[in-house]
Design a binder for this molecule. Structure first.
Ligand code: AQP
Length: 334
Protein backbone atom coordinates (compact mmCIF):
# COMPACT_ATOMS: atom_id res chain seq x y z
CA UNK A 1 0.00 0.00 0.00
CA UNK A 2 1.30 3.45 -0.94
CA UNK A 3 2.42 5.41 2.12
CA UNK A 4 0.73 8.79 2.02
CA UNK A 5 2.66 11.65 3.60
CA UNK A 6 0.04 12.22 6.33
CA UNK A 7 -1.88 10.35 9.03
CA UNK A 8 -5.62 10.35 8.50
CA UNK A 9 -8.48 8.04 9.35
CA UNK A 10 -11.36 9.04 7.09
CA UNK A 11 -11.51 8.48 3.35
CA UNK A 12 -13.15 10.44 0.55
CA UNK A 13 -13.57 9.91 -3.18
CA UNK A 14 -14.13 12.62 -5.74
CA UNK A 15 -13.68 13.21 -9.46
CA UNK A 16 -14.19 15.54 -12.39
CA UNK A 17 -15.19 14.57 -15.92
CA UNK A 18 -12.66 15.36 -18.69
CA UNK A 19 -15.52 16.69 -20.80
CA UNK A 20 -13.53 19.79 -21.71
CA UNK A 21 -10.75 21.94 -20.24
CA UNK A 22 -11.82 22.66 -16.68
CA UNK A 23 -13.31 26.02 -15.86
CA UNK A 24 -12.89 28.59 -13.15
CA UNK A 25 -16.19 27.13 -11.82
CA UNK A 26 -14.68 23.64 -11.47
CA UNK A 27 -11.60 25.19 -9.86
CA UNK A 28 -13.48 27.26 -7.28
CA UNK A 29 -16.35 24.83 -6.70
CA UNK A 30 -14.45 21.55 -6.65
CA UNK A 31 -10.65 21.67 -6.88
CA UNK A 32 -10.07 24.30 -4.20
CA UNK A 33 -12.23 22.19 -1.85
CA UNK A 34 -10.17 19.09 -2.70
CA UNK A 35 -6.97 20.98 -1.91
CA UNK A 36 -8.38 21.96 1.49
CA UNK A 37 -9.59 18.45 2.22
CA UNK A 38 -6.28 16.80 1.36
CA UNK A 39 -4.89 17.66 4.79
CA UNK A 40 -7.75 16.02 6.63
CA UNK A 41 -8.70 12.97 4.57
CA UNK A 42 -7.21 10.14 2.60
CA UNK A 43 -8.51 11.10 -0.84
CA UNK A 44 -9.12 9.06 -3.97
CA UNK A 45 -9.26 11.66 -6.74
CA UNK A 46 -10.08 10.35 -10.18
CA UNK A 47 -10.57 11.45 -13.74
CA UNK A 48 -14.19 10.47 -14.42
CA UNK A 49 -13.62 9.63 -18.08
CA UNK A 50 -16.21 6.85 -18.24
CA UNK A 51 -18.82 9.32 -16.99
CA UNK A 52 -17.75 11.81 -19.66
CA UNK A 53 -18.81 9.43 -22.46
CA UNK A 54 -22.46 9.44 -21.34
CA UNK A 55 -22.69 12.37 -23.75
CA UNK A 56 -20.91 12.46 -27.16
CA UNK A 57 -17.16 13.26 -26.99
CA UNK A 58 -14.66 13.71 -29.81
CA UNK A 59 -12.08 10.96 -29.15
CA UNK A 60 -8.88 12.96 -29.78
CA UNK A 61 -10.09 15.76 -27.56
CA UNK A 62 -11.21 13.39 -24.84
CA UNK A 63 -7.79 11.73 -24.88
CA UNK A 64 -6.07 15.13 -24.54
CA UNK A 65 -8.41 16.29 -21.79
CA UNK A 66 -7.74 13.19 -19.67
CA UNK A 67 -4.00 13.80 -19.37
CA UNK A 68 -4.53 17.52 -19.16
CA UNK A 69 -6.89 17.12 -16.21
CA UNK A 70 -4.30 15.09 -14.29
CA UNK A 71 -1.74 17.85 -14.83
CA UNK A 72 -4.28 20.51 -13.88
CA UNK A 73 -5.18 18.73 -10.64
CA UNK A 74 -1.51 18.83 -9.66
CA UNK A 75 -0.96 22.38 -10.97
CA UNK A 76 -3.94 23.56 -8.89
CA UNK A 77 -2.38 22.22 -5.69
CA UNK A 78 -3.53 18.62 -5.39
CA UNK A 79 -0.47 16.95 -3.95
CA UNK A 80 0.19 13.51 -5.48
CA UNK A 81 1.95 12.51 -2.26
CA UNK A 82 -1.16 13.16 -0.23
CA UNK A 83 -3.81 11.83 -2.63
CA UNK A 84 -4.36 8.85 -4.87
CA UNK A 85 -4.96 10.32 -8.32
CA UNK A 86 -6.06 7.85 -11.01
CA UNK A 87 -7.92 7.46 -14.29
CA UNK A 88 -11.28 5.72 -13.88
CA UNK A 89 -11.20 3.79 -17.18
CA UNK A 90 -7.78 2.31 -16.33
CA UNK A 91 -9.45 0.44 -13.49
CA UNK A 92 -11.77 -1.96 -15.28
CA UNK A 93 -13.25 -3.15 -11.97
CA UNK A 94 -15.42 0.00 -11.75
CA UNK A 95 -17.43 -1.20 -14.76
CA UNK A 96 -17.45 -4.79 -13.50
CA UNK A 97 -18.77 -3.76 -10.09
CA UNK A 98 -21.24 -1.44 -11.76
CA UNK A 99 -22.83 -4.35 -13.66
CA UNK A 100 -23.31 -6.37 -10.47
CA UNK A 101 -24.91 -3.33 -8.85
CA UNK A 102 -27.06 -2.64 -11.91
CA UNK A 103 -28.59 -6.09 -11.56
CA UNK A 104 -29.43 -5.20 -7.97
CA UNK A 105 -31.02 -1.78 -8.59
CA UNK A 106 -34.73 -1.37 -9.29
CA UNK A 107 -35.46 0.39 -12.59
CA UNK A 108 -38.06 2.56 -10.85
CA UNK A 109 -35.54 3.92 -8.36
CA UNK A 110 -33.18 4.91 -11.16
CA UNK A 111 -36.03 6.57 -13.07
CA UNK A 112 -36.50 9.04 -10.24
CA UNK A 113 -33.06 10.65 -10.67
CA UNK A 114 -33.80 14.30 -11.41
CA UNK A 115 -30.49 14.88 -13.20
CA UNK A 116 -31.39 12.19 -15.74
CA UNK A 117 -34.78 13.81 -16.29
CA UNK A 118 -33.09 17.21 -16.84
CA UNK A 119 -30.32 16.00 -19.13
CA UNK A 120 -32.46 13.62 -21.19
CA UNK A 121 -35.14 16.28 -21.74
CA UNK A 122 -32.52 18.43 -23.52
CA UNK A 123 -31.65 15.73 -26.05
CA UNK A 124 -33.91 12.90 -27.22
CA UNK A 125 -30.99 10.97 -28.64
CA UNK A 126 -29.31 10.14 -25.32
CA UNK A 127 -27.55 6.82 -24.68
CA UNK A 128 -28.49 4.20 -22.08
CA UNK A 129 -25.36 5.14 -20.09
CA UNK A 130 -26.88 8.50 -19.25
CA UNK A 131 -29.64 6.62 -17.46
CA UNK A 132 -27.41 4.10 -15.67
CA UNK A 133 -24.46 6.37 -14.81
CA UNK A 134 -25.57 6.92 -11.19
CA UNK A 135 -24.91 3.19 -10.71
CA UNK A 136 -21.40 3.57 -12.11
CA UNK A 137 -21.00 6.41 -9.63
CA UNK A 138 -22.17 4.04 -6.88
CA UNK A 139 -19.53 1.54 -8.05
CA UNK A 140 -16.81 4.24 -7.98
CA UNK A 141 -17.70 5.01 -4.37
CA UNK A 142 -18.48 1.54 -2.97
CA UNK A 143 -15.36 -0.08 -4.45
CA UNK A 144 -13.20 1.81 -1.94
CA UNK A 145 -15.38 1.77 1.21
CA UNK A 146 -15.09 5.54 1.49
CA UNK A 147 -16.57 7.51 4.38
CA UNK A 148 -17.55 10.67 2.50
CA UNK A 149 -18.29 11.81 -1.03
CA UNK A 150 -17.88 15.58 -1.49
CA UNK A 151 -20.61 16.68 -3.89
CA UNK A 152 -22.59 19.72 -4.90
CA UNK A 153 -26.24 19.79 -3.90
CA UNK A 154 -27.15 18.64 -7.46
CA UNK A 155 -25.39 15.30 -6.85
CA UNK A 156 -26.83 14.61 -3.39
CA UNK A 157 -29.58 12.41 -4.83
CA UNK A 158 -26.95 10.16 -6.42
CA UNK A 159 -25.20 9.65 -3.10
CA UNK A 160 -28.60 8.76 -1.58
CA UNK A 161 -29.02 6.20 -4.36
CA UNK A 162 -25.53 4.81 -3.61
CA UNK A 163 -26.46 4.44 0.05
CA UNK A 164 -29.70 2.64 -0.84
CA UNK A 165 -27.88 0.29 -3.21
CA UNK A 166 -25.26 -0.51 -0.55
CA UNK A 167 -27.77 -1.02 2.28
CA UNK A 168 -29.89 -3.29 0.09
CA UNK A 169 -26.87 -5.33 -1.07
CA UNK A 170 -25.60 -5.73 2.52
CA UNK A 171 -29.03 -6.91 3.63
CA UNK A 172 -29.44 -9.38 0.79
CA UNK A 173 -25.91 -10.83 0.63
CA UNK A 174 -24.34 -9.97 3.99
CA UNK A 175 -22.03 -7.11 5.01
CA UNK A 176 -20.11 -6.03 1.87
CA UNK A 177 -19.99 -2.22 1.68
CA UNK A 178 -19.35 0.69 4.00
CA UNK A 179 -22.27 3.14 3.80
CA UNK A 180 -20.92 6.53 2.61
CA UNK A 181 -22.23 9.98 3.46
CA UNK A 182 -22.53 12.98 1.16
CA UNK A 183 -20.23 15.81 2.20
CA UNK A 184 -21.70 19.13 1.12
CA UNK A 185 -19.18 21.93 1.61
CA UNK A 186 -20.75 25.00 3.24
CA UNK A 187 -18.64 27.43 1.28
CA UNK A 188 -19.08 25.68 -2.09
CA UNK A 189 -19.77 28.66 -4.32
CA UNK A 190 -21.48 28.15 -7.65
CA UNK A 191 -19.78 30.20 -10.37
CA UNK A 192 -22.08 31.40 -13.12
CA UNK A 193 -21.58 31.99 -16.85
CA UNK A 194 -20.13 35.47 -17.48
CA UNK A 195 -22.50 36.25 -20.35
CA UNK A 196 -25.59 34.54 -18.96
CA UNK A 197 -25.13 34.76 -15.18
CA UNK A 198 -28.25 32.80 -14.34
CA UNK A 199 -26.69 29.72 -15.94
CA UNK A 200 -23.83 27.72 -14.32
CA UNK A 201 -20.38 28.16 -15.88
CA UNK A 202 -19.81 24.77 -17.58
CA UNK A 203 -17.00 23.08 -19.49
CA UNK A 204 -19.38 22.10 -22.26
CA UNK A 205 -21.02 25.53 -22.66
CA UNK A 206 -21.53 26.60 -26.29
CA UNK A 207 -20.55 30.23 -25.78
CA UNK A 208 -16.80 30.50 -24.97
CA UNK A 209 -17.17 34.16 -23.93
CA UNK A 210 -19.10 33.15 -20.81
CA UNK A 211 -16.59 30.56 -19.66
CA UNK A 212 -13.08 30.95 -18.23
CA UNK A 213 -11.02 27.85 -18.84
CA UNK A 214 -7.85 27.33 -16.84
CA UNK A 215 -5.78 27.03 -20.03
CA UNK A 216 -7.21 30.12 -21.76
CA UNK A 217 -4.79 32.81 -22.84
CA UNK A 218 -4.48 35.35 -19.98
CA UNK A 219 -5.41 38.30 -22.23
CA UNK A 220 -8.55 36.48 -23.34
CA UNK A 221 -9.47 35.82 -19.71
CA UNK A 222 -9.09 39.54 -18.97
CA UNK A 223 -11.29 40.42 -21.97
CA UNK A 224 -13.97 37.94 -20.92
CA UNK A 225 -14.15 39.45 -17.43
CA UNK A 226 -14.16 43.02 -18.76
CA UNK A 227 -17.13 42.17 -21.00
CA UNK A 228 -19.07 40.13 -18.41
CA UNK A 229 -22.78 40.93 -18.30
CA UNK A 230 -23.67 43.29 -15.45
CA UNK A 231 -26.54 45.81 -15.07
CA UNK A 232 -27.08 49.55 -15.31
CA UNK A 233 -27.33 50.22 -11.59
CA UNK A 234 -23.57 50.91 -11.08
CA UNK A 235 -23.52 49.69 -7.45
CA UNK A 236 -21.18 46.91 -6.40
CA UNK A 237 -23.61 45.09 -4.15
CA UNK A 238 -24.21 41.37 -3.67
CA UNK A 239 -27.78 40.61 -4.77
CA UNK A 240 -28.07 37.32 -6.64
CA UNK A 241 -31.66 37.89 -7.73
CA UNK A 242 -31.46 41.43 -9.06
CA UNK A 243 -27.74 41.69 -9.86
CA UNK A 244 -26.62 38.17 -10.86
CA UNK A 245 -23.67 39.37 -12.98
CA UNK A 246 -22.11 41.60 -10.32
CA UNK A 247 -22.85 39.01 -7.60
CA UNK A 248 -21.05 36.37 -9.67
CA UNK A 249 -17.97 38.61 -10.03
CA UNK A 250 -18.07 39.29 -6.27
CA UNK A 251 -18.19 35.52 -5.65
CA UNK A 252 -15.22 34.96 -7.94
CA UNK A 253 -13.22 37.74 -6.26
CA UNK A 254 -14.17 36.44 -2.78
CA UNK A 255 -13.25 32.83 -3.58
CA UNK A 256 -9.82 33.76 -4.89
CA UNK A 257 -8.82 36.42 -2.36
CA UNK A 258 -10.49 34.81 0.67
CA UNK A 259 -12.19 38.13 1.49
CA UNK A 260 -15.79 38.21 2.70
CA UNK A 261 -18.59 39.64 0.58
CA UNK A 262 -19.07 42.48 3.07
CA UNK A 263 -15.37 43.40 2.87
CA UNK A 264 -15.55 43.45 -0.92
CA UNK A 265 -18.73 45.57 -0.98
CA UNK A 266 -17.10 48.08 1.41
CA UNK A 267 -13.83 48.18 -0.50
CA UNK A 268 -15.52 48.84 -3.86
CA UNK A 269 -18.30 51.08 -2.50
CA UNK A 270 -17.17 54.16 -4.43
CA UNK A 271 -15.76 52.53 -7.52
CA UNK A 272 -17.36 51.94 -10.90
CA UNK A 273 -17.96 48.63 -12.68
CA UNK A 274 -14.97 49.14 -15.01
CA UNK A 275 -12.54 49.49 -12.09
CA UNK A 276 -14.14 46.57 -10.23
CA UNK A 277 -13.93 44.30 -13.27
CA UNK A 278 -10.29 45.27 -13.78
CA UNK A 279 -9.45 44.19 -10.25
CA UNK A 280 -11.40 40.95 -10.63
CA UNK A 281 -9.44 40.32 -13.84
CA UNK A 282 -6.16 41.05 -11.99
CA UNK A 283 -6.76 38.49 -9.24
CA UNK A 284 -8.11 35.85 -11.62
CA UNK A 285 -5.27 36.17 -14.15
CA UNK A 286 -2.66 36.17 -11.37
CA UNK A 287 -4.12 32.95 -9.93
CA UNK A 288 -4.42 31.25 -13.33
CA UNK A 289 -0.95 32.38 -14.44
CA UNK A 290 0.55 30.43 -11.52
CA UNK A 291 -1.54 27.36 -12.37
CA UNK A 292 -0.51 27.53 -16.04
CA UNK A 293 3.20 27.80 -15.17
CA UNK A 294 3.02 24.66 -13.05
CA UNK A 295 0.84 22.95 -15.68
CA UNK A 296 3.25 23.51 -18.57
CA UNK A 297 6.16 22.34 -16.43
CA UNK A 298 4.59 18.91 -15.86
CA UNK A 299 2.22 18.17 -18.74
CA UNK A 300 4.89 16.45 -20.83
CA UNK A 301 6.93 15.07 -17.96
CA UNK A 302 7.26 11.46 -16.84
CA UNK A 303 5.99 12.54 -13.45
CA UNK A 304 2.39 12.20 -14.57
CA UNK A 305 2.87 8.70 -15.98
CA UNK A 306 4.77 7.59 -12.90
CA UNK A 307 2.01 8.81 -10.59
CA UNK A 308 -0.74 7.21 -12.66
CA UNK A 309 1.10 3.91 -13.08
CA UNK A 310 1.81 3.59 -9.38
CA UNK A 311 -1.72 4.52 -8.38
CA UNK A 312 -3.57 2.34 -10.84
CA UNK A 313 -1.98 -0.75 -9.29
CA UNK A 314 -3.18 0.37 -5.85
CA UNK A 315 -6.76 1.11 -6.84
CA UNK A 316 -7.10 -1.90 -9.13
CA UNK A 317 -6.15 -4.23 -6.28
CA UNK A 318 -8.70 -2.67 -3.93
CA UNK A 319 -11.53 -2.70 -6.48
CA UNK A 320 -10.62 -6.21 -7.67
CA UNK A 321 -10.95 -7.56 -4.12
CA UNK A 322 -14.33 -5.89 -3.76
CA UNK A 323 -15.44 -7.35 -7.11
CA UNK A 324 -14.36 -10.87 -6.13
CA UNK A 325 -16.17 -10.57 -2.79
CA UNK A 326 -19.33 -9.43 -4.55
CA UNK A 327 -19.14 -12.26 -7.11
CA UNK A 328 -18.81 -14.90 -4.42
CA UNK A 329 -21.73 -13.48 -2.46
CA UNK A 330 -23.89 -13.40 -5.56
CA UNK A 331 -22.87 -16.95 -6.52
CA UNK A 332 -20.81 -16.12 -9.58
CA UNK A 333 -18.01 -18.67 -9.24
CA UNK A 334 -17.15 -22.19 -10.32
N1 AQP B 1 -19.90 26.62 -12.26
C1 AQP B 1 -19.52 25.88 -11.23
N2 AQP B 1 -19.37 26.44 -10.01
C2 AQP B 1 -18.97 25.68 -8.96
N3 AQP B 1 -18.69 24.38 -9.04
C3 AQP B 1 -18.81 23.78 -10.23
N4 AQP B 1 -18.62 22.52 -10.65
C4 AQP B 1 -18.89 22.43 -11.96
N5 AQP B 1 -19.25 23.64 -12.44
C5 AQP B 1 -19.23 24.49 -11.39
C6 AQP B 1 -18.14 21.44 -9.79
O1 AQP B 1 -17.03 20.87 -10.47
C7 AQP B 1 -17.07 19.45 -10.34
C8 AQP B 1 -17.07 18.93 -11.75
O2 AQP B 1 -17.92 17.94 -11.94
P1 AQP B 1 -18.11 17.22 -13.32
O3 AQP B 1 -17.02 17.44 -14.26
O4 AQP B 1 -18.37 15.80 -12.96
O5 AQP B 1 -19.44 17.76 -13.93
P2 AQP B 1 -20.25 19.05 -13.97
O6 AQP B 1 -20.72 19.49 -12.64
O7 AQP B 1 -21.34 18.76 -14.97
O8 AQP B 1 -19.23 20.12 -14.53
P3 AQP B 1 -19.34 21.01 -15.82
O9 AQP B 1 -18.15 21.87 -15.85
O10 AQP B 1 -20.68 21.65 -15.89
O11 AQP B 1 -19.18 19.92 -16.95
P4 AQP B 1 -20.10 19.55 -18.19
O12 AQP B 1 -20.21 20.81 -19.02
O13 AQP B 1 -19.39 18.47 -18.90
O14 AQP B 1 -21.44 19.10 -17.67
C9 AQP B 1 -18.30 19.12 -9.49
O15 AQP B 1 -17.90 18.98 -8.14
C10 AQP B 1 -19.18 20.34 -9.64
O16 AQP B 1 -20.02 20.56 -8.51
Amino acid sequence: MKELSKTVTKTILTGIQPSGVITLGNYIGAIKQMVKMQEEFKSYIFIADMHAITVPQESNLLHENIRSLVALYIACGIDPNKNIIFIQSENEYHANISWLLECNTPFGELSRMTQFKDKSSKNNNFCAGLFTYPILMAADILAYDVDFVPVGIDQKQHVELTRNIAIRFNKKYGETFKIPDAYIAKEGTKIMDLINPIKKMSKSSENPKGVIRLLDNLDDIRKKIMSATTDSDCKIIYDIENKPGISNLINIYASITGQSIKEIENYFANQNYGEFKKQVADVVTREIEGIQKRYYAIINSNEIDNILSENINIVREIAKNKFITMKRKIGLYR
